[in-house]
Design a protein around this ligand. Structure first.
Ligand SMILES: *Cc1c(COP(=O)(O)O)cnc(C)c1O
Length: 431
């Protein structure tokens, strides 16, 4: 719901369509003429001038909210000598974007989804939006539950029942967190459908996924942190992907750094890793196989059931859309990887042995890809690498915090959603 009285115009920000170049106000999500394009944020500030703040709002000039808050959430980049040696390259930097105070990483829900949630809520609030809805199976939901509690901003979260156990919050979640659970469901598609109903029927603003510029530019701060710490861009960027939005974000951040003028003209090569046997982005990029989220769903679900890194199970990534994953791979001469559970496990064990810190199953997929790439010469020993360690889950958060469960406010059945039976919803949202 947008309250016009609160609408502020952030003079420093507009959005632009990558296809037709038309410019839109900051909050716009879709180009009038090119619905299949991701609008990109365009900031008045062109030079790279990190502020003296700690945390993610060091980069407030290149984030959608006009004003940040004081927070320790944000990217951490350090040079990992021992890991580099173990992998067989000279210059390896880890973006430890989970929770490990040992290396200065204080992301309270344990993943780089924390980079997305607070900028999104601050940005929406500056524009008079009062509540937001999202469907998520895990990390995104946790990050938004925490941010909702911290900022007193209402967030409606919809999850399939099977994912409820993954939801926790490192502080007691406040009444601003409204959790809807789809009963007897393991299917994320139903949760998405329910979130769409809440958006349409009740005027709650949609989080937007890949179309949310605060999500992308929040995630893109990993590369900015590398640029600040190292004073250059890496040759290679490695990340595990489900939607690939983080890859698009790294590309966009690289374009902004080139625009600054002091980082040369070459973008980091995007190296995007997926967990075999569910690898739709890899199959599309390497075998030109079409991505068909709603075809042969049973066989897709069977493959999803076999991957260790469930957060990477996205059947409908923004791949073909203009300004999306395919364009990001093209612009950066990128590569994709299929990494088995076993390769990921070995990578995680190596990281833990060498660096003394745990990494999550998704991040281990990216490290497995780096090992493949060094093995087959796609990354050469003298090339610099940023390994985006996207999350270490609750491993260390549970050591330092009490993990609070997030209690459902509403249970819905699949039938209620399938039949657009929204009266239950209606009563809930208007009580
Ligand atoms: C969401 C997530 C990813 C994948 O991010 P996308 O760029 O959206 O594909 C990778 N690792 C972790 C830990 C995540 O939570």
């Amino acid at each position: 719901m947008i309250d016009p009285a609160h609408r502020v115009v952030a003079a420093g920000l507009s959005t632009r369509c990558p296809t037709c170049d038309r410019v839109y106000p900051a909050l716009e999500r879709t180009c009038r003429d090119c619905p299949d394009a991701l609008l990109r944020a365009e900031y008045a500030q062109r030079s790279f001038e990190p502020a003296s703040d700690r945390g993610i709002f060091r980069y407030v000039d290149w984030l959608p909210p006009a004003f940040g808050i004081d927070t320790q959430i944000g990217p951490t980049v350090y040079r990992a000598e021992a890991l580099a040696q173990a992998v067989g390259i000279n210059e390896l930097y880890v973006g430890y974007n989970g929770y490990a105070p040992e290396v200065g990483a204080f992301n309270p829900t344990g993943s780089f989804k924390d980079f997305e949630a607070i900028p999104t809520l601050l940005f929406l609030r500056e524009h008079g939006v009062q509540s937001v809805v999202l469907a998520s199976a895990g990390n995104t939901a946790r990050a938004f539950a925490y941010a909702a509690t911290l900022l007193d901003f209402t967030v409606h979260i919809v999850v399939p029942e099977r994912c409820v156990d993954l939801l926790w919050c490192p502080v007691e979640p406040s009444e601003h967190v409204r959790l809807t659970v789809i009963q007897d469901s393991a299917d994320y598609a139903l949760a998405i459908e329910c979130a769409r109903l809440i958006e349409q029927e009740f005027g709650v603003f949609g989080e937007g996924g890949a179309r949310n510029i605060a999500r992308r530019d929040g995630m893109g701060t990993s590369l900015l942190e590398y640029a600040r710490v190292v004073g250059a861009m890496p040759h290679h960027y490695f990340q595990a992907v489900g939607s690939g939005t983080g890859g698009v974000a790294a590309w966009e951040a690289g374009v902004r750094l080139i625009g600054d003028g002091s980082f040369g003209g070459r973008l980091p090569v995007l190296n995007l890793a997926q967990n075999a046997p569910f690898t739709p982005i890899h199959d599309a990029w390497t075998h030109a196989r079409p991505i068909r989220p709603f075809d042969d769903v049973q066989s897709q679900v069977r493959r999803i059931d076999r991957i260790g890194a469930r957060v990477l199970a996205n059947r409908n990534p923004p791949y073909w859309i203009a300004g999306g994953v395919r364009d990001a791979l093209r612009a950066t001469r990128g590569r994709t990887y299929a990494v088995t559970n076993r390769q990921a496990r070995e990578a995680a064990e190596m990281f833990c042995r060498v660096e003394g810190l745990p990494i999550g199953t998704a991040a281990a997929v990216a490290l497995g890809a780096l090992m493949q790439a060094v093995g087959d010469g796609r990354v050469r020993p003298h090339e610099s690498v940023l390994f985006n360690m996207t999350g270490n889950d609750e491993a260390l958060v549970a050591r330092d915090y009490t993990l609070h469960p997030i209690r459902p406010a509403l249970h819905l059945s699949a039938e209620q959603i399938a039949s657009n039976h929204v009266t239950t919803l209606y009563r809930h949202f208007h009580e």
